[in-house]
Ligand binder design. Structure first.
Ligand SMILES: [Zn+2]
Length: 897
């Protein structure tokens, strides 16, 4: 599963936390049990202050207790679904037939998870009626007689859904958007299958399925597994699609999609591969999905296991609430990933496509037993998506992708919380689908790969897949596969990186002593260290070169460079110094060249050593870290070196990071260097240059940004417009208002206009941003405009009321992207007037991602209020003390100071 919303920037789910609700299990009741105030909001004890002063929340929401999967009473062997959706009426008739086998003697009743739908009848395998009882979230079926251990029974349930609240979604044209297609699709992860068919809805169970879907002729329908039959009945005007998934899978992977789609077959893989897009969007489909057969071959090779299912389909649907969902053999993708040629300049669907395909092994064939271990799904899919990138684009792209993953995890820690990757303290399972599960999980695998070495790592992965194919897995299964294959006991590794929260924060200081002829590296662990948080223990790679390599080598492998002296040092204390005997001062010092350390590394190098790294180290991660050290140094010489990086580095990502770092210095020399790089050949560098120029309020920066505003890439224009607003140039307002009407993919240009208007900090800008949130615009623009309102409120007091009023409405918007943006913005705006809307969202939203964000936003607002109340209390206490003091002085007869 991938989060939605970042299809426009490929920034890998930058701010999303995928949280889905579980109303059937009474999460709200749990809030009450925990003694939280009735609105469900926590106030006290949620935030603690970290050493550097940033506020960090705790991961478990109030009332979250450790969650374990349910007991199993029966093994489900097969589920047969007969589904007749009526898309126009937003209804579906269904018959779900389940074959079970008793695990113990005396099974009398079957308790199916089943939410909302109306049950018509329940029958046994011979068609005899069975008694049943409906309670909230459960359908209890009374069997004709108790089953003994190993005995089978079949139960058929006829049911009807009407405008379902979750699980099954209908899309249709609206007054504002007549272009919308007519479709329906399901989303079962994590526990939403129960909203569209009765089942034992937990990933620890796997069964085969068969699906029959009846739709009007001309409508296409997709289910899991092989296509058994496709038949049109000219008499009734209906078409029947029958699918069979013969490989057992979990209920959260069961899917049904129906609508008008074009089928495109993609040759070149070991199984038939297809994609399905709305008619007329075939070119966009090709752009997004063309690499799929190659990816299938690549993942078969990496895992040593053939693609597990009879076929592979991807279907692009409208209004999808995720980026992609890896239903077995039939991935649902958001149609937001479809894009035109201009967007392709700085955007690719490849990461999303590879991620969902990797899940067919990791998640679908090997399935987490329990949501707490879901990193075995998501961390693996994140890592294998990066492996394909390496295969396709080279090692630099892989290492940079890993570095970006790491940063995304670190941002979550900075802004929200740190938690163990394996964690069962949640109200709804989707809360763990965050940057720890995906990016930190992927980073753990990258580190394991570096530690074991390529060949051993490949063997371990193949072993893990082979030993666990078709099964449910927990982290111990991976630990055991490593042990079986290599003999290594990695329990300490997993305890430290997977079962413990946090990461090391290193400061690395380098010096060379000419007299002693030795180099010294001091490595300090600067994270909080106490009895509960001992120092981390890991090996760090360090290398020395006597002469600088001639040119920066692209895509260098993990091996040391020729003539490089490579060491592995064991870091295990808070402050350690390592000395290396070196006859001459090394020209280049390399630290963690593979960027494998799951933590931060700040280089405290002198400018000369840092310059050597940025100008010659083949590791893009090392060059970026050293660039940041140079930007921090800020001396004229450091800036000149950064300018060289920006103009000459062979890898676009390093040039882009140098541009951003230069911008952050606010130095006029940096501005000149940025101005000279507006014509970089890579659009992502031009975008970073545009971002960097936003730090300068000058007319030459604005001139350049107006120029970049005409770029061929939407992404560059978007960034240029936002930065143009930051310059506060007098030409900006008109240019930004005009941009609001320019059509572009995902409305990136209009979104840049809205963000730029917010940056102006002028009252006349706000009304234009508010109009951009109107329903007649795309959800993407409305979401960006909602975020821009938050920024406007921050910069311009006179805009605050208007912005807050509109945000309070958007917090309850029907469109997922818009609502999520508004709720997240509410947390930043921290205005008490948003509380009633947020409270309603907490009470009524079925989407746990939204609910958690609303809870956090409300908690922030309340903390702010508490803070100001506390401040005024302190002020009045101080006044009282002063008065007492004056009184005391007077009584003592000393003159008041
Ligand atoms: Zn995923």
């Amino acid at each position: 599963m991938r989060a939605p919303g970042d299809e426009s920037v490929n920034a890998k789910e930058k701010e999303t936390r995928n949280v889905i609700p579980d109303p059937a299990r009474g999460s709200r009741a749990q809030f009450k049990h925990a003694g939280v105030n009735p609105s469900g909001f926590a106030v006290a004890g949620r935030a603690r202050v970290r050493s550097e002063g940033a506020q960090m929340r705790s991961f478990p929401l109030p009332g979250a207790v450790p969650r374990y999967g349910p007991d199993k009473v029966v093994d489900v062997e097969h589920i047969d679904l007969y589904l007749a959706p009526d898309i126009a009426a937003q209804r579906m008739e269904g018959v779900c037939t389940t074959r079970v086998r008793a695990i113990e003697d005396g099974v009398r009743d079957l308790h199916f998870d089943a939410v909302d739908f109306v049950v018509g009848w329940v029958r046994d395998g011979e068609g005899r009626p069975l008694g049943f009882r409906r309670t909230t979230g459960t359908l209890t079926v009374h069997l004709a007689r108790p089953l003994s251990r190993g005995e089978r029974a079949t139960v058929a349930v006829a049911y009807r859904l009407e405008k379902p609240r979750a699980g099954l979604y209908f899309v249709a044209p609206t007054k504002e958007h007549p272009e919308k297609p007519t479709q329906c699709w399901t989303q079962s992860q994590d526990e939403f299958a129960r909203y569209w068919f009765p089942c034992f809805d937990y990933p620890h169970a796997k069964q085969t399925t068969s699906t029959t879907i009846v739709v009007p002729t001309g409508t296409f329908a997709l289910g899991n597994g092989r296509l058994v039959e496709r038949r049109d009945d000219p008499v009734t005007g209906y078409a029947t699609f029958r699918y069979a998934q013969d490989v057992p899978h979990s209920t959260y992977l069961v899917t049904m999609v129906a609508g008008a789609f074009v089928e495109v077959a993609q040759p070149g893989a070991s199984v038939p591969v297809f994609y399905y897009v709305p008619p007329g969007r075939e070119d966009e489909g090709e752009r997004s999905f063309s690499k799929t057969p190659r990816m299938v071959r690549f993942f078969e090779e990496c895992t040593g296991t053939a693609y597990p299912y009879a076929r592979y389909s991807q279907i692009a649907v409208a209004d999808f609430i995720f980026g992609g969902m890896e239903n077995t053999s039939a991935t649902t993708q958001t149609d937001r990933t479809l894009h035109d040629q201009r967007a392709q300049l700085a955007f690719t669907s490849d990461d999303l496509v590879a991620h969902e395909l990797a899940h067919q092994w990791f998640g679908d064939l090997l399935t987490t037993r329990d949501w707490a271990h879901a990193w075995l799904n998501e961390g693996f899919a994140t890592f294998f998506d990066a492996l394909f990138r390496e295969h396709d684009l080279g090692r630099d792209e892989y290492l940079f992708g890993m570095y970006e993953n790491l940063r995304s995890y670190l941002r979550e820690v900075r802004e929200h919380y740190a938690r163990p990757i394996v964690d069962n303290r949640f109200l709804s399972p989707s809360e763990v689908f965050d940057r720890h599960l995906y990016e930190k999980g992927g980073a753990v695998l990258h580190m394991l790969r570096c530690e074991l070495g390529e060949e051993r790592f490949r063997r371990v992965i193949a072993r893990y897949v082979r030993d666990n194919a078709g099964r449910n897995v927990e982290t111990i299964d991976l630990i055991r596969a490593i042990e079986s294959e290599t003999g290594r006991n990695t329990r300490a590794f997993f305890d430290q990186w997977v079962f413990r929260a946090g990461h090391p924060e290193l400061r690395v200081t380098y010096s060379y002593d000419r007299e002693a002829r030795s180099a010294t590296l001091r490595i300090e662990q600067r994270q909080t260290i106490d009895s509960a948080n001992p120092p981390y223990r890991f090996e760090l790679q360090v290398g020395f070169l006597d002469a600088l390599p001639g040119a920066i080598e692209r895509d260098a492998g993990p091996s040391p460079l020729p003539a490089e002296r490579r060491h592995r040092v064991l870091v295990e204390r808070a402050d350690q110094t390592f000395t290396f005997d070196l006859p001459t001062a090394p020209a280049l010092v390399r630290v963690d060249p593979d960027g494998s350390l799951l933590g931060t590394i700040a280089f405290a190098f002198d400018a000369e050593s840092a310059s050597a790294v940025v100008l010659s180290d083949p590791s893009p991660v090392a060059r970026i870290r050293a660039s940041l050290a140079l930007a921090k140094d800020g001396s004229p010489a450091a800036l000149v070196t950064l300018g060289r990086v920006l103009s000459d580095d062979p890898f676009w990502a390093v040039r882009a990071e140098a541009a951003r770092a230069l911008g952050e210095t606010h130095a006029s020399r940096a501005k000149e260097l940025l101005l000279a790089s507006c014509d970089d050949p890579h659009p992502k560098v031009r975008r970073a240059v545009a971002e960097g120029l936003g730090n300068f309020r000058s007319s030459d920066a604005a001139d350049a940004l107006l120029g970049l505003g005409q770029d061929v890439s939407y992404h560059v224009i978007e960034a240029a417009l936002e930065s143009l607003g930051k310059t506060r140039d007098r030409r900006a307002f008109d240019a930004l208002v005009a941009a609001l009407d320019l059509p572009s993919w995902h409305d990136l240009i209009a979104a840049g206009g809205a963000r730029g208007l917010a940056e102006l900090g002028e009252p006349r800008a706000t009304q234009h941003i508010v109009s951009a949130t109107s329903r007649r615009h795309s959800d993407q623009l409305r979401a960006e405009a909602a975020r821009a309102l938050g920024r406007a409120a921050e910069l311009d007091d006179s805009a605050r009321s208007v912005a807050v009023t509109r945000l309070a409405e958007l917090v309850e918007d029907e469109a997922f992207l818009v609502q999520r943006a508004a709720v997240q913005t509410a947390e930043k705006v921290r205005d008490r007037r948003l509380l009633p809307a947020l409270e309603r969202v907490v009470q009524h939203s079925l989407d746990g991602r939204i609910r958690r964000a609303a809870l956090e936003a409300a908690a922030s607002i309340r903390e702010g209020l508490e803070g100001s109340t506390r401040l005024s209390e302190l002020q009045s206490e101080l006044e009282t003390l002063r008065a007492d003091y004056r009184g005391l002085r007077e009584r003592l007869g000393t003159p008041s100071a």
